[in-house]
Unconditional design. Structure first.
Length: 169
């Protein structure tokens, strides 16, 4: 309970104080991509892996960070963290999470339709030039994203994100 309140407070503070330079970078010029998601639904890790491969075929560098509410997931092929990596006040105890949030990504892509409070906190801290979301409720999370992709179903999520990004000139 206290952790949730602390995260909400800190997220709002980061949104107000984050003065990262936000701008659209053309897909051809973009090199650094970040992908973040909550490992809550079956198959979302596979979607992240597919997106990483798609971007990799275009010679893009991709870092993926997965959040699992209860425990750190050991079977994922990329960096992951859990609630145990947060202290009582909602600060991250794992330096790799801070490094991910402070990375200067050209695009940071959140695969969650409704980002958890922890993922929202990472997005609010982010120094990415363009944060991309797949939110169904743009009004609730509009301040976290510069680009919101709407998809009909999750089966074509990767294709939709990739198509939208590739068309940015």
């Amino acid at each position: 309970m206290v952790l949730g309140q602390a995260l909400t407070y800190k997220t709002k503070k980061f949104i107000k104080r984050n003065n990262a330079s936000r701008s659209n970078v053309s897909f051809e010029k973009a090199n650094q991509f970040g992908v973040i998601f909550s490992n809550t639904t079956p198959g979302i890790a596979q979607l992240a892996e597919t997106l990483k491969k798609e971007l990799g075929t275009c010679n893009k560098q991709v870092k993926v960070l997965a959040y699992d509410r209860n425990v750190e997931v050991k079977h994922l092929p990329f960096e992951s963290f859990s609630r145990k990596d947060l202290n009582f006040w909602g600060s991250f105890t794992k330096s790799s999470i801070e490094h991910f949030a402070n990375s200067n990504f050209d695009f940071l892509i959140c695969l969650d339709a409704t980002p958890s409070d922890v993922v929202q906190n990472v997005l609010a801290r982010s120094q990415a030039k363009c944060r991309v979301g797949v939110c169904t409720n743009a009004e609730a999370f509009g301040n976290l994203f510069e680009l919101i992709v709407h998809v009909a179903n999750e089966n074509n999520l990767v294709d939709s994100i990739y198509r939208y990004l590739k068309n940015i000139r």
